[in-house]
Write a protein that binds this ligand. Structure first.
Ligand SMILES: [Ca+2]
Ligand SMILES: [Ca+2]
Length: 391
């Protein structure tokens, strides 16, 4: 047994060392607030459920129970699920964020469904919520990675920041090599749905943000009851923006059921559009304000001109002649008939520029990716790629 004096000497030596370590560790622990160090990732917040913290993640949905998150058709404004990936579907990699009353109008998903996919910076207490890793009692919530006094006026993250991983093999490419890389990306790991399942999917992807009982019809812009789907006059049905006959793909699982170009439309308006190519001109379409048509073309209303262009850009890249489907391609004709082509490319490129992607269009892309097909429309995420491939 060592003599007491040895103990005292050891202690005398150790105390300053221990004190120094304590000071150093306190300094390190305090550094984040003093130096405004990088906020936590969602993964870090999940593994560090104590004290307060600032976390940055992407809004992926609305938690409704410990292991249940709604990715669309949101019902409340009181909770968010955030994740390090905007495409996350596993609740184990999500942080549930409480939205207290002062933040609900800007951040609640029932009122702001297009917030899905946006980056969020939130400060609050790192503690369980819905019996799940969470953050409660927020003291600051802003979109993006920087604080602002007017979060609703702040632009969301650019699509590229949320989808760089998805598009990794295409980044930096152009022209035909970009098209080829994108074809592989958007054709890999895809889930196809049946034509019958398209009905319910459209009730989610095209829900009226102002009325969850309705869908918005593409060309007419009319809000109509979800229950009025069918084939009768006054019903809405499933419009193929790339007409089925342009490639004769029918309605088997594949291009005929691809949600990226399927939209609800009034039965009569859908029949009027028929299989016409897209171009400007003609006479006003009764029942669909802002749309025009003549013998060989259809011009959609201004607010969806770019949406239409991006849908058919997607189709031309997604379908390249494999899997027993025709190689769909765009050209400058408005007389394509039943050929697997669609026009008029120069007009579509102009519409794409005139009407860039909106938050609602990006949200629709995200819902299809996260909840249905697990592939994306690259021209909504990267509008600049249209000119590189089709220009
Ligand atoms: Ca638009
Ligand atoms: Ca093609």
């Amino acid at each position: 047994m060592p003599a007491p004096t040895v103990h005292r000497r050891l202690l005398a030596l150790l105390i300053p060392v221990l004190a120094g370590l304590l000071v150093a560790s306190v300094t390190v622990l305090r550094a984040p607030s003093a130096a405004a160090a990088a906020p936590l990732t969602v993964a870090q917040a999940i593994s560090s459920q104590s004290g307060t913290g600032t976390v940055v993640g992407y809004i992926v949905g609305e938690p409704t129970a410990t292991d249940t998150v709604r990715f669309s058709s949101f019902t409340g404004d009181t909770a968010l699920a955030i994740a390090d990936s905007a495409a996350e579907t596993s609740t184990s990699r999500m942080l549930y964020v409480q939205i207290t009353s002062s933040y609900r109008s800007a951040f609640g998903l029932a009122g702001n469904p297009s917030n899905v996919g946006r980056a969020l910076t939130v400060t609050g207490t790192l503690t369980a919520y819905f019996s799940h890793t969470g953050l409660k009692s927020p003291t600051a919530m802003t979109f993006g990675g920087t604080a602002t006094t007017s979060p609703t006026a702040t632009a969301g993250p650019t699509a590229s920041s949320t989808t760089d991983t998805y598009y990794a093999a295409a980044l930096g490419k152009s022209g035909s090599s970009l098209k080829s890389a994108l074809h592989t990306i958007i054709s890999t790991g895809v889930t196809t749905i049946s034509y019958d399942a398209v009905w319910n999917a459209l009730k989610v992807t095209d829900q009226d943000p102002a009325n969850s009982a309705n869908v918005i019809l593409l060309y007419s812009g009319i809000s109509r009851s979800k229950t009025l789907n069918g084939g009768a006059t006054g019903n809405w049905n499933r419009e193929h923006v790339w007409p089925q006959s342009h490639g004769d793909f029918g309605t088997a699982n594949g291009p005929g059921t691809d949600l990226h170009h399927l939209r609800p439309e009034d039965v009569t308006i859908n029949a009027l559009r028929g299989n016409k190519d897209f171009d400007t001109g003609g006479t006003a379409v009764s029942g669909a304000t802002g749309n025009y048509t003549d013998a060989d073309s259809w011009e959609p209303r201004a607010a969806i001109k770019g949406d239409v262009a991006r849908m058919v850009f997607y189709m031309a890249v997604r379908y390249e002649g494999g899997d027993s489907w025709a190689n769909l391609e765009l050209n400058n004709s408005t007389a394509n008939g039943s050929n697997p082509y669609l026009g008029k490319l120069s007009t579509l490129l102009a519409w794409h520029t005139q009407d860039p992607p909106t938050a609602a269009e990006r949200a629709r892309n995200q819902v299809i990716y996260a909840s249905y097909q697990h592939n994306r429309n690259p021209f909504i995420d990267h509008p600049e790629w249209a000119a590189s491939i089709f220009g």
